[in-house]
Design a protein around this ligand. Structure first.
Ligand code: UGA
Length: 439
């Protein structure tokens, strides 16, 4: 099939490359000329394991190209995916929909015949219906547009796998259209493998996406709230999580207590969800998500306080090494990163902060140019009074505590992700501390 993917950020670039991998002919469209030039050369503008290979295969097979020209997009195909960003609005909890609206405004006036737009961006419920009205008002005589919503559930770090073999495919449609038939063709390969395909109205599909992210955020904040009680009671949150997770109604996933969630999705999605529920008059329905957000933000503050205590009560002049600044491992994304936030706060409070991350330092430098960025974990750890594990990259989890002890000035470590083997570090002479546990 021929299709375009409008928006070539994280979501769009991955989707475009993966659709080509499934055998489709794909044109990726973006207004950012620099990004398009990079992708056209086969360069992925962000770190995502496996994506460069998939992108190259698509280009070499002649199935994947990129352009900034919306007229070309209109000519190229009758199926268009919409994967532009929906960031948090400045000064508000709500999502900023200017990019999704703009994509429709730029594409639709060029269309001839019948076209299907499959929205993938995370949007507040009601957006697809609003975009349908916008598209209807812009379509030329003889042209028609059908908007459907096909939310994306990919995780950074696993984006290729999640796109090619998703847990489920969700599609919101208007009655009487052809979007379901189109989607069945697009996803023929995963559907043959028995991946669940759910069809609903537009509002339901939009809500599925934000509800999934809100649930995940709630699960993380739940265990982090328990973590606070564990510290007060002298209990161990990792053992609580492990024990409750054996109940398969609860499960072990997303019960990792620590610095909490960040990134370009969970934090802004729960806020946009609260805002939209309020606009719809369901004002009290999601008030608990404010608490989910508050618990999450408290983790960062708590880490800063713990760090202060660990260096004897005075941050000024203390030499602190923060391992990791990406919002999670296997990503170079520092958007709303708990790790970078903690490093930044410690630095603003007077500590000498050195950061190392295997992939995210270029992005971090743009936000926090004043931190000291080391070339390697070993270089970052030299002479440290305190080490904070803030992002659980495998490289850090594999560190040898005895060797690291020889690099630092004082062997004190706070495991912000409960990712290290505490007894191994303690046996090597470290004062090992962690969130939600007492030693
Ligand atoms: C999240 C969802 O997991 C995806 O399903 C969704 O498609 C995506 O948002 C999106 O809306 O685009 P992602 O932002 O890549 O994916 O990251 P997650 O793997 O969900 O992790 C989010 C944050 O939670 C990270 O900062 C991670 O460190 C933290 N986390 C995760 C915990 O603190 N504890 C856990 O147990 C798990």
């Amino acid at each position: 099939m021929r299709m375009t993917v409008i928006g070539t950020g994280y979501l769009g670039a991955t989707h475009a490359a993966c659709m080509a991998e499934l055998g489709h002919e794909v044109l990726g469209i973006d207004v950012d000329e620099h990004k398009i030039a990079q992708l056209a050369k086969g360069e992925v503008p962000f770190y995502e394991p496996g994506l460069p290979e998939v992108l190259s295969r698509g280009r070499e097979a002649g199935r994947l190209a990129f352009s900034t020209d919306f007229a070309q997009a209109a000519q190229f195909a009758n199926v268009h995916f919409l994967g532009v960003g929906t960031p948090q609005q400045k000064g508000s909890y709500a999502a900023d929909l200017r990019y999704v609206r703009s994509a429709v405004e730029q594409l639709v006036p060029h269309l001839e015949g019948h076209h299907v737009i499959l929205g993938k961006s995370t949007v507040p419920v009601g957006t697809a219906a609003e975009l349908q009205e916008l598209a209807d008002s812009l379509a030329r005589p003889g042209a028609s547009v059908e908007i459907a919503w096909n939310p994306e559930f990919l995780r950074e770090g696993y984006a290729v796998k999640d796109t090619i073999t998703p847990d489920r495919i969700m599609l919101g449609v208007r009655p009487g259209g052809i979007a379901e038939q189109v989607a069945r063709e697009v996803y023929a390969t995963p559907l043959e493998q028995g991946i669940p395909f759910l069809v609903s109205n537009l509002a339901t599909a939009e809500l599925v996406k934000v509800s999934a992210n809100a649930f995940l955020a709630t699960k993380i904040s739940f265990i982090n709230a328990v973590s606070e009680v564990c510290e007060a009671a002298g209990a161990d949150v990792t053992q609580v999580a492990r024990a409750i997770g054996y109940d398969d109604r609860i499960g072990h996933k997303f019960l990792g207590a620590g610095l909490g969630f960040g990134g370009g999705c969970l934090p802004k999605d729960i806020r946009a969800y609260i805002a939209r529920a309020g606009e719809l008059g369901a004002t009290e329905a999601l008030t608990f998500l404010r608490e989910v957000d508050a618990i999450n933000m408290r983790r960062r503050e708590h880490m800063v306080n713990l760090a202060k205590r660990a260096v004897g009560g005075h941050l000024i002049g203390a030499s602190i090494t923060v391992l990791g600044c990406a919002f999670k491992p296997n990503s170079d994304d520092v958007r709303d990163s708990p790790a970078l936030n903690v490093a930044g706060q410690l630095s603003l409070k007077g500590a000498q902060v050195t950061v190392f991350d295997p992939q995210a330092m270029d992005n971090a430098r743009k936000i926090f140019p004043t931190l000291h960025y080391a070339e390697s974990a070993e270089a970052a750890l030299q002479g440290a009074d305190l080490v904070i594990l803030a992002t659980e990259w495998d490289e850090f989890v594999q560190l040898d505590p005895t060797q690291v002890r020889g690099w630092v000035r004082t062997p004190v470590l706070i495991d912000g992700r409960n990712a290290l083997d505490s007894s191994r570090w303690a046996e090597a002479g470290w004062d090992y501390k962690a969130l939600g546990r007492t030693f």
